[in-house]
Design a protein around this ligand. Structure first.
Ligand SMILES: *Cc1c(COP(=O)(O)O)cnc(C)c1O
Length: 303
């Protein structure tokens, strides 16, 4: 089952960090597909394959109105010939977000549930809302689970990893970080930049998937959330614009902007040992920038 062609993925070397004795390569997963961008395709593929094998008619999953996971699931199901249902957190908005419009265009059906129900009993809600539940395949929020982790591990099949010392990614649920741990080698450190505030259970959530033996190769950074999940400050936005001027690489304010800012700060403050070779995962998610006021960023939002 190959739905997405990963050929456009490349690594960009950021030579200006050589003066800090650090080699930095950015893995451009954002280039694989305009909607199913970045890590979401990798996290979804084992679930999709499983749903197809089990003869299910579609996938039910969960997310907020601006969720990259929701729109990526809708698009991936469409390509795979599966139906999709999104259980969306909160009231149905008066004007649907760009994300929901796009997911609807891929045929996704929505059910809106209260934030409380979403937090406390999303599974029960899903099973009650979908008729003939046995014909549907349920993917947890953000693709968190062993299959999401296994899919994310295949990210590292795209390149030669022998010379790397550190692999760095943004982390929400931690599924991608767990996959990178599972798919990397004993000489690699994995650094997860938490995009949530005070999510101190993140390291445990990651090692629950990768196995506790990987804990020694995992570092979690909690200081780069810029206010919390999907929050931002002026410093983050101006960093993202500067970063684009210097590198030509666009980023999003929920995940990769925080990631690149963390990497930049950690290099400049000497966090990495000399002669480190970093692989920074550009996990996509650029569609989320559409929720920002027009003109905030100097690069165009993707379709
Ligand atoms: C979802 C997402 C992440 C977080 O992935 P997790 O596996 O939930 O930690 C990171 N970057 C982008 C762009 C995302 O859309």
């Amino acid at each position: 089952m190959t739905v997405i062609n990963t050929a456009p993925v490349r690594t960009d070397r950021l030579s200006f960090y050589q003066k800090f004795h650090t080699t930095v390569d950015v893995l451009r997963l954002d280039l694989i597909h305009p909607v199913i961008s970045g890590n979401k395709w990798f996290k979804l593929q084992k679930y999709l394959a499983d749903a197809v094998t089990a003869g299910k008619k579609g996938i039910v999953t969960f997310g907020g109105a601006w969720s990259n996971h929701i729109v990526a699931t809708a698009a991936a199901c469409h390509l795979q010939g599966l139906q999709s249902v999104g259980i969306i957190r909160g009231e149905r908005p008066a004007t649907p977000s760009h994300t929901l419009k796009q997911a609807a265009a891929f045929g996704m059906q929505f059910h809106f549930i209260s934030r409380e129900e979403y937090k406390n009993s999303p599974m029960t809600a899903a099973l009650n809302l979908v008729s003939d539940a046995q014909h549907w395949y349920i993917v947890p929020e953000g693709g968190y689970g062993p299959k999401g982790m296994e899919g994310a591990a295949t990210i590292l099949d795209l390149l030669q990893t022998d010379n790397l010392t550190h692999i760095i990614c943004a982390a929400g649920t931690g599924t991608m970080a767990a996959g990178l741990l599972a798919g990397s080698r004993p000489q690699h450190q994995v650094v997860a930049i938490s995009v949530l505030k005070n999510n101190h259970g993140l390291a445990d959530a990651i090692t629950a998937l990768s196995g506790p033996q990987e804990r020694t190769r995992l570092q979690v950074q909690h200081e780069y959330h810029a206010g919390g999940y999907a929050k931002y400050d002026d410093a983050l936005l101006s960093f993202m614009n500067d970063w684009f001027r210097h590198t030509g690489i666009p980023s999003d304010f929920v995940y990769t902007g925080k990631l690149f800012r963390a990497v930049d700060d950690m290099i400049k403050t000497g966090w990495f040992p000399g002669n480190s070779h970093l692989l920074v995962i550009h996990s996509g998610g650029l569609q989320g920038n559409r929720s920002l006021p027009k003109g905030t960023l100097i690069f165009e939002p993707v379709e």
